[in-house]
Design a protein around this ligand. Structure first.
Ligand code: GLU
Length: 505
């Protein structure tokens, strides 16, 4: 048989913000598609109208634009297998429901919610299946005329899948191997509801995967229980030959390692579980996003790629291109992946280091401007070069670098106590005079002259530098002193020194 073209899909239901686990699923589909020169489809599964949330679809698309995950076909991308929004495919599903009814793989059931509820009360663990369907009101038990009459009257009904009991159903899963389930544990799932003339998730999902020629279904572990049913549906349609290969990805676990990661964990521990900030249109609640929290998209991608997969060695930093090259579905773990958000911060730090000083400065510029500071780009680039290794987020650069742009208006008490000695005022006055006399204020020249001055006068280098730092920064932190003074420039350096001497005397 000829190798099948790789076609995968990401098929979210627009029920709210996209959870970070969904982003990982989309990423793995993307990596797999790109690696095999295949297609990635974006399908919207919106057949459950009660759960539809306006804005969700646009939010999901915007998330992928930010992250650099691109699609080849689908809602907003076009393609030859459309429409890609399930609510626009009603007629297609109707036709396929009829196919199953005609070949006896499905039947019509009239049981009302009240009747079903009564059955559940009567029979413990009631399940609509081969053992119970004979006692229910459906097209298998009612005379043909009665069925026709009820339908003509417009009585509401559902179409159920007729599952044959006691059959071994095999799901061949790339990650989990041969998953075997006895069909008797499955219930006769509802495939279609006359009430809204819409199929359920299961039917629409299978019909679309088939018609869109999906070769691999890569999705979260929470869909594994549905997979045997999906295999049976493929068979009922006679589509065995086009059955996709399944790969059910491991769950994302709480940072502590037990239980599924939830939005509450994010709220509790202070990290986002959504790619972008989300404004819930119903509750008005605002949830934080990776983008707005200052994460770089490359860092988020790299972090997520390693939640459930690794390249087989201890390499951690990988660009999207490298991930495309190295990703391997067979190397995905079965066991859940602990969501270590501290690691996420570490990735962001690493990606800040990997970016050029110019690029980081460009991201920092608006933050500096917001503080009402006007600073030339080359100065900002210099400052960023000195300071970026100290932060996990670009926005943290402000607090770390503020003293470059704003003169201290007070002096840290503890540092003053420790660093400002008897003779500090006198020494700093002499140093200020010396620095003021320089024609060349370059870092190298300052250093040469000042070190000689210290030696000639028999001063203690540490004491001088500590006091000098206090005058320029206002506290005991920061990079090398001459790095600071040369960025500040001669005038500002002298001004800060004289003011500190004045205040601290
Ligand atoms: N609509 C489902 C979801 O929201 C798709 C599951 C699947 O990939 O089959 O995740």
């Amino acid at each position: 048989m000829a190798e099948r073209k790789v076609r995968v899909r990401f098929a979210p239901s627009p029920t709210g913000a996209l959870h970070i686990g969904g982003v990982r699923t989309a990423l793995y589909n993307y990596l797999f598609a790109r690696q095999h020169g295949g297609d990635l489809i974006f399908r919207i599964e919106d057949t459950d109208s009660h759960r539809f949330v306006p804005g969700a679809e646009e939010y999901i698309l915007e998330s992928f634009r930010w992250l650099g995950i691109t699609f080849d076909e689908g809602v907003s991308f076009g393609g030859e297998h459309g429409p890609y929004r399930q609510s626009e495919r009603r007629d297609i599903y109707k036709k396929y429901v009829q196919v199953l009814l005609d070949n006896g793989k499905a039947y019509i059931a009239f049981d009302t919610p009240e009747e079903l509820e009564a059955k559940r009360k009567e029979i413990a663990n009631f399940q609509y299946d081969a053992s119970t369907r004979g006692a229910m009101r459906n097209s298998l038990t009612l005379p043909k005329e009665e069925v026709e009459r009820l339908m003509a009257e417009g009585k509401q009904y559902v179409v159920r899948f007729k599952i044959e009991p006691n059959e071994e159903v095999h799901v061949n899963d790339i990650i989990r191997g041969d998953v075997v389930v006895n069909s008797s544990i499955l219930d006769d799932k509802v495939l279609y509801k006359s009430a809204d003339e819409l199929p359920t998730y299961h039917l629409a999902n299978i019909v679309d995967d088939h018609l869109m020629e999906v070769s691999h279904v890569i999705r979260g572990e929470e869909w594994l229980p549905s997979a045997p049913l999906h295999v049976l549906l493929y068979r009922a349609f006679g589509w065995e030959d086009s059955m996709p290969q399944f790969a059910h990805l491991p769950l994302l676990l709480k940072p502590e390692g037990n239980g599924k990661l939830s939005k509450r964990d994010g709220d509790r521990l202070g990290f986002p579980v959504f790619p972008l900030e989300w404004h819930d249109p119903k509750t008005g609640e605002v949830s934080s996003g990776y983008r707005e929290s200052g994460y770089l998209p490359e860092a988020v991608i790299n972090f997520l790629a390693l939640l459930g997969w690794n390249p087989g060695n201890d390499q951690e930093i990988m660009s999207m291109d490298e991930l495309v090259r190295l990703f391997d579905l067979h190397r995905c773990s079965k066991a859940g992946a602990r969501f270590d958000f501290e690691k996420g911060k570490w990735f962001n730090h690493e990606y800040i280091l990997l970016k050029s000083d110019e690029d980081v400065a460009k991201l920092f510029l608006p933050i500096v401007k917001e503080q009402g500071i006007d600073v030339p780009m080359d100065t900002l680039v210099k400052v960023v070069g000195m300071m970026k290794s100290r932060v996990n987020f670009v926005k943290e650069l402000w607090d770390t670098c503020k003293f470059f742009f704003v003169a201290p208006d007070s002096y840290d008490e503890k540092t003053v106590k420790k660093r400002w000695k008897e003779d500090s005022a006198q020494c700093m006055a002499a140093l200020a005079d010396l620095l003021e006399s320089l024609d060349d204020f370059s870092l190298e020249h300052q250093e040469e002259v000042v070190m000689k001055w210290i030696a000639d006068n028999g001063y203690h280098t540490g004491n001088i530098m500590n006091a000098f730092r206090l005058t320029l920064v206002g506290e005991g932190k920061g990079p090398q002193m001459f790095d600071i003074s040369s960025v500040l420039g001669q005038e500002e350096t002298i001004r800060r020194m004289r003011r500190a001497i004045e205040v601290l005397k």
